[in-house]
Design a protein around this ligand. Sequence first.
Ligand code: PEP
Ligand code: MG
Length: 558
Amino acid sequence: MSVDAGHRTLVGVGVGRGLVVGPVAKAYPSPVIPGGGGGDPEQLEAAFDQVAASLGDRAAAATGALAEVLAATAQMAADPALRSEARQRVAAGETPAEAVDRAIARFVDMFTAAGGALAERVTDLRSVRDRVVAVLLGLDEPGVPPLSEPSVVVAADLAPADTATLDVRLVLAIVTERGGPTGHTAIIAGQLGIPCVVRTTGAMDLAPGAQVAVDAVAGTVTLDPGPDIREQARARRAAAVALESDTGPGATADGHAVKLMANIGTAKDAERVSLLPTEGVGLFRTEVLYLGRASAPSHAEQASVYGQVLRAFEGGKVVVRTLDAGADKPLPFVTQSGEENPALGVRGYRLVRSHPELLDTQLAALAEAQAATGTTPWVMAPMVTTPAEARAFATRARAAGLTLVGVMIEVPAAALRAQEILAEVDFVSVGTNDLAQYTMATDRLRGELADLLDPWQPAVLDLVDTTARAGLQARKPVGVCGESASDPLLALVLVGMGVTSLSMSVGAIPAVRYALRHHTSAECATMAAAALAAGSAAEGRSAVVALLHEDARETLGV
Ligand code: PEP
Ligand code: MG
């Protein structure tokens, strides 16, 4: 929608739960290379060095996921292959600014073509390009200007390096024209609890200083918001404070317990999350430890990391997922590069066919961490398709000395045969991100197909319901650890089906806890029936909204 018509609203993809109002602060754009290029060939290496050093300093000053992504961006600026290509281009007659621009453009193309986690790094690559070119041309470093008042930061895209320079106390929200809900901007905004709207068409047409309302739930940016929206923002803030004041265990209004747990990727995450009111870890994505490496981490390194995670939740519940490489998480030393359909290829548990030693090392390291900490981990395999695979995994895990063994239900075949799978293992956890992808035959990375990928799709819910019923029958736990668990409305539906635990990014827990606390098990079951009976995702959601208690509708902002 246009930004100069009356009551203008831009639409993007929201991340988080906030609704805030404030003035726009626009990020400095990328440097434009003048005709004929520019820069001194002698300064090429020094420009890369300067940018690598400045990003490295910022990484050292930052913490958590931010520090990790900044360090990774600094590494890109130091990458010998990138520098060598730029040098060769200068030697062939290009100006340094052009050479850097074109060399990085080629890397961007390669990363984009590779897809998945590599494609998510192109924002970082472009950030390195902008910074090195700015140094070569003697311009200010591009990025966000220093903020003097609480502001809504608007940018074409934000690299981690940009977010690192922000005084987060003055950032009300972040709005970007590009990026995606699983990109770095969204992840870091989520970590910092800043409402964010990405893929917002027309965001860069917003004028600096203009008043906007950013609604992370609706995924909207409204220019010149009226008193009604400002009042809603006040109410949402008060609701958020109220939501966070309840720190008890997850349960419905009639006291039916539902564990509310966190998804993590690193030992640092575990330490941070263990200080917050959660009931453990429902998904530890161990592949994060393997990403960006030339070979697998050693048994000793893994045992140490798993030990740190178990220690952070001493005696509590930690669900460790074995390596989920392939498709959107390629690993150079494991995955087959020539696969035509990597999402349907040798990924997740299927890697045991070609690399059994990877799984066995991981299980042995986890068993060692169990012995060292005295905390029993729950271990599960990703992308299991048949009961025979579930049995084979359970046999391997038990042989390694692990006693709580499960599998993920992410493939329709596994959901349809959940009863037979549950006969082989102690628990299952539904990965609705992949289950939706495979049920709806829709690539989870294709933003433009998000309507098909919607976890409210009745066909996806049918498969979750089949799995939950199998769990009730077998009297074994059925968790959900895909993104759908973080939607408070969908959480009610899942619990109504019989799901016993929900795992999500830690910031989503208060709203889910609140939704459960304000509805009985019987009401959840009615909501589940309504969502399953709906003709479409949108109809299902509306039916559940209509069944919500009035005060919950207001507090949750739906
Ligand atoms: C899922 O597929 O829902 C899931 C939790 O696993 P991942 O997102 O890591 O593939
Ligand atoms: Mg998955």
